[in-house]
Structure formats: C-alpha cells, structure tokens
Design a protein around this ligand. Structure first.
Ligand SMILES: [Mg+2]
Length: 186
C-alpha cells in the first residue's frame, strides 16, 4: 500500500514537471471513457453518486494536481448531461474548485463563434479557453500550451491537424497515461 501510493505519487510529480517544462497551462479532458471508466452515452439514468465511483484515479489525481498548481482544466465532451459532469468535478475538487473548470458539452449552453476549427473538440476547447481567459486575465493560452486528452482517436487527429497538442488515452490501459504524457510530449 505504502509503496504503491509512493510510486503513483512520484509518477504524478513527473507528469506535472513534464507539463511545466513543455509549457502546458491548459488541460482539456474528455469525459466518457476518459475521466470515467464507463461511457454514459449522454443517457446516464442513475444518480451522480452512482457515477462518482467510475472516476479513474489517474484523472482525479491529475485534475487535483493541475488545479492546485498553475494549470487550467476544462472538460470537453459530447455529452449533454453537463450537470453530471459538474457533480463529478465537485466530487474531485470540491464545489469551489469545480466552479473554475469550464464544461463544454453538447447542451446548447454555449456557442463558439470564432473562426477556428469546428472539428471534433476544437470548438469546445476554444470556447472553454475564452472563459478561462475572461476569468484569469493574466494568463495566455495557445494551442501549443493546450493538451487534449481523449479516448477517441478522431478527436486527437482533429486536434493535431489544428496544431493543438493532444494525447490519445487508451481506456484499456489507464495506468499508461502518466508515462504516455512524460514520453510523448516534447
Ligand atoms: Mg470519450
């Protein structure tokens, strides 16, 4: 137990050091099958309490570390059940912490009207970025300081084609995430 906790901690420290060394200040995270170990399909009929056990520890730890440091976080998702997303985030970082995490889902609560890419999660990230810049006037977020993590290879391809950093999350090997971040980012 002690050893496992210790090595997991070390690995997360390496991830945070890597993100900082390559200048990432914005993590855009997919929800279904990425933060969660299940796919709600936007049709979750259970309570949010029933969804919380499906949060992957690699993501709850990453989100806590990012938000307690200088890295902004957003959830970019195709689900329309953003209230569930919010409840899950509150379970990870508390109510105040969750207030600072923009959620961009398919719920028509937002619209991206910029001239950037409309493919995959690109408009979601661009819109979330606008909110973060409004709430944090001092920071500067670019595609090169953004990292999308998503289990859908299509969204990764769209991000990379648009010049946004992105790492494919393998839902079958969640514990590879930290080493993938450390090894793939440059
Ligand atoms: Mg997904």
């Amino acid at each position: 137990m002690g050893t496992t906790g210790c090595s997991a901690r070390t690995s997360l420290d390496r991830v945070m050091a890597k993100l900082e060394s390559v200048g990432i200040n914005f993590l855009a995270l997919d929800f279904d099958q990425t933060i969660l170990d299940t796919h709600t399909g936007g049709r979750w009929t259970g309570s949010s309490d029933e969804l919380i056990p499906h949060v992957r520890p690699v993501f709850s730890n990453l989100i806590q570390a990012a938000t307690s440091g200088r890295i902004q976080v957003a959830v970019v998702t195709f689900t329309g059940q953003v209230k569930l997303v919010k409840a899950v985030l509150e379970s990870i970082v508390g109510q105040q912490g969750a207030e600072r995490i923009p959620i961009r889902g398919n719920d028509r609560s937002w619209q991206y009207v910029g001239d950037g890419s409309m493919d995959g999660k690109q408009p979601h990230m661009a819109s979330a970025c606008e909110e973060l810049l409004t709430n944090n006037p001092g920071i500067k977020i670019t595609k090169n300081t953004t990292l999308l993590i998503d289990d859908d290879p299509k969204n990764i391809r769209h991000a990379l084609a648009d010049g946004t950093r992105a790492i494919w999350f393998n839902p079958h090997h969640p514990n590879k995430l930290y080493s993938d971040i450390v090894n793939q980012l440059e």
